[in-house]
Design a binder for this molecule. Structure first.
Ligand SMILES: [Cu+2]
Length: 178
């Protein structure tokens, strides 16, 4: 079965909001999928750095913590060092949890978006991603059971300092008379 996840998520959230009371009131018009929170699909030519992330059947990412700078585009080379299927999905923790619940209901679902890659054992693939907001971006493997087993990690995106006019000129003058 090949289908993209978003329509399924949309259907599910419709079904859930129809069944839920209006008490929560969190759905203020939008459908809550805020892609700008985690950044956006990057352009390969803009990638300044390559980060390799390995996935293993021990349900771990290596490294599980990646540092980035706001605005930076990273080329992630994802390697499935295990024998079973794993995936690397970037998202907010909330998105990942929602997505994971869908994956548990539809384990055979194949999904594909710029923020994720699914790899069979031994495969390697890549994601180009630009981190536009400072803060934490989570990633996880959403294969049933894997997220619960701790197959998750995070990208810490450091705030970019406001651009200063020019680097302070080096003072060549010695303060000999001090
Ligand atoms: Cu996995």
């Amino acid at each position: 079965m090949k289908m993209t996840l978003k329509p399924v998520l949309a259907m599910l959230s419709l079904a859930m909001s129809a069944g839920a009371s209006l008490a929560s009131g969190t759905h203020a018009g939008g459908h809550g999928h805020d892609e700008s929170a985690i950044g956006q699909a990057g352009v390969a030519s803009a990638a300044t750095r390559t980060v390799q992330v390995d996935m293993s059947d021990a349900m771990r990412f290596t490294p599980a913590s990646v540092s980035a700078r706001q605005g930076e585009t990273i080329r992630f080379v994802i390697r499935n060092a295990g024998a079973i299927k794993h995936e690397f999905v970037l998202g907010t923790e909330k998105e990942l949890k929602e997505h994971y619940e869908v994956m548990k209901k539809f384990p055979e679902m194949e999904h594909s978006d710029p923020n994720m890659i699914t790899l069979a054992g031994g495969e390697t693939g890549e994601i180009i991603w630009q981190f536009t907001q400072a803060g934490k971006v989570d990633f996880a493997c959403l294969q049933p059971g894997h997220y619960d087993a701790g197959m998750k990690g995070k990208v810490n995106v450091a705030k970019t300092k406001p651009k200063t006019a020019a680097p302070a000129p080096a003072h060549k003058h010695e303060h000999a008379h001090e």
